[in-house]
Design a protein. Sequence first.
Length: 160
Amino acid sequence: MTNYIIAAYDLKKYFPVGGFLFSSKQTVKAVDGVNIKIKENEVLGLVGETGCGKTTLGKLLIRLIEPTSGEILFNVPEEIIHEYEQALENKDYKKTGKISKQYSLLNKKGSELRKLRRYMNIVFQDPYSSLNPRMLVKDIIAEPMLSTGYASKKKLRTLF
């Protein structure tokens, strides 16, 4: 059996419109009811028109921003995903809650979330805002490995 690296259900992100002076109750629905599952060793490309919510969805899936609602499960065995989906269908919230307690990315905080982020990354669509042209490629690749503690400087020197 394989694992699902990410499984998101009814994921939503709404941004309020207006500010302090404009206290309106309007929202922009950047992501509205997305379901997505990605298995181990799968590659997913997300395409769409400008402003359709691709970047927002990516940021939600790795918890760079918090969802308005929905669930994000991380590194879940396939049989547990089937149990979760069956429980959702049957409105068995006790069962979904039990599974969420163990696998929900939304329950992770602080150092626990930082440890999980070693296994996550996002490539933003604008390379000029994602990559620093003054850095060497090896340093760009090494940066997240160092910041997450995945590898030490000494180990990286042997790789590059």
